[in-house]
Design a protein around this ligand. Structure first.
Ligand code: NAP
Ligand code: GDD
Length: 344
């Protein structure tokens, strides 16, 4: 039985990875932050199967202790302040957690169990102002947010520890991946949650920022499988994980509404643009400039050819299926909420 330590286990990816590793019969340890109210986040449903350790990415002693307790064979570093917009509001804590935090966990591995295998959650945000389309492992980086800059440090320190200390340390350069468990501040979940509420008549409209930015969106369940595959190879390396398809935020909006039978028609331009329900002429989408970012990543499109070839990784959940799953999930959550409020 192998031991795995997951930082960020309560998050979206942490929860799918924990399920995946439990199925493979790993003993799963997960790092949790102390909160005033105990909250297992996305692993509430499997909390009895996980060995939790209280630790924080900014506290190196707690990470050394976590390595000592878990004696992990594989360490998946998924913990991060992961919301790009917040990284302008909290640039220093983002740097501490997403940048220096990576050195903290690498040092814990080096001190306690240098033969442990390490996965770093790198990101397509590091490509930022993209230098070529599509992006591959060889594309130069140009981060556009404090988040992207911090993650780039994490990426390079992982490579550096691999080369300096011969650690088995990999970075997965993962493009956007979403799911029914996505945080509601990210654009996809914000859209699917709003679509469900508008459909049920409990929200008038959805407010968004830049609808023309393009993302390469996959499903988290497919992406955690790639993380595991990276740690099962003969040699540690870095891989782009993406779908090789890109869509605008606008396309996501259209498809999500279409799934509940609403056809959106666009009127006017710029910050005055609105999306109307074609059958009722009612406004369902508006622009709110507060959701624009100080610097935008306009287009992400990843080429996962190396992962396809060397890891045998292929994504199984299509874009249409991703949107469908997210909308269906939010529709049933909203229906339950309405039922409960009617009973009360
Ligand atoms: P997420 O849902 O936001 O989860 C982040 C996790 O990190 C949560 O469990 C959170 O704990 C934990 N965390 C935050 N600060 C911490 C700290 N100081 N110490 C310990 N834990 C801390 O993110 P995700 O979407 O699953 O993403 C997982 C990782 O992949 C992140 O590193 C993200 O940057 C990276 N990534 C994500 C994507 C994507 O599209 N999803 C793409 C590329 C890379 P709490 O529950 O206590 O907040
Ligand atoms: N969140 C949000 N809210 N984004 C909006 C909105 C809005 O109201 N309106 C437009 N957008 C645009 C953003 O400007 C961005 O171009 C795009 O929608 C996607 O935003 P997010 O869903 O917040 O994700 P992200 O691409 O910034 O970052 C995600 O993907 C990265 C990988 O490329 C996160 O998961 C990061 O942690 C991850 O590294």
């Amino acid at each position: 039985m192998k031991n795995a330590l997951i930082t960020g286990i309560t998050g979206q990816d942490g929860s799918y990875l924990a399920e995946f590793l439990l199925e493979k019969k790993y003993r799963v340890y997960g790092i949790m932050r102390r909160k005033s109210v105990v909250d297992y986040g996305n692993v509430e449903h499997i909390k009895d199967k996980i060995n939790f350790i209280y630790a924080d990415m900014t506290d190196s002693v707690s990470l050394i202790t976590a390595m000592k307790i878990s004696q992990a064979d594989e360490v998946y570093n998924l913990a991060a302040q992961s919301f790009v917009a917040t990284s302008w509001e909290q640039p220093l804590s983002t740097a501490d957690i997403d940048g220096i935090g990576v050195t903290n966990i690498l040092e814990a591995i080096r001190i306690i169990k240098p033969n442990a295998r390490f996965y770093q959650a790198s990101t397509s945000e590091m490509f930022g102002l993209v230098q070529e389309i599509p992006q591959t492992e060889k594309t130069p980086f140009y981060p556009r947010s404090p988040y992207g800059v911090a993650k780039l440090y994490g990426h390079w320190i992982t490579k550096n520890y691999r080369e300096s200390y011969n650690l088995y340390a990999c970075s997965g350069i993962l493009f956007n991946h979403e799911s029914e468990r996505r945080g509601k501040e990210f654009v996809t979940r914000k859209i699917t949650d709003a679509v469900a509420r508008i459909k049920h008549g409990i929200l008038n409209h959805l407010e968004l920022g830049n609808m023309d930015s393009k993302r390469d969106w996959g499903h988290s369940k497919d992406y955690v499988r790639a993380m595991w595959l990276m740690l099962q190879q003969d040699k540690a390396d870095d891989y782009v994980i993406a779908t090789n398809e890109t869509r605008t935020v606008r396309e996501f909006v259209e498809m999500a509404f279409k799934h509940v039978g609403i056809e959106v028609e666009w009127h006017r331009k710029g910050i005055d643009e609105v999306g109307k329900d074609k059958s009722t002429n009612k406004i369902v989408v508006k622009i709110n400039p507060k959701f624009f970012r100080p610097a935008e990543v306009e287009i992400l499109l990843g080429n996962p050819a190396k992962a396809n070839k060397e890891l045998g990784w292929i994504r199984e959940i299509s874009f249409a299926e991703l949107v469908k799953r997210m909308v269906d999930n939010d529709m049933s959550i909203v229906e339950k909420e309405i039922k409960i409020s009617n009973i009360k």
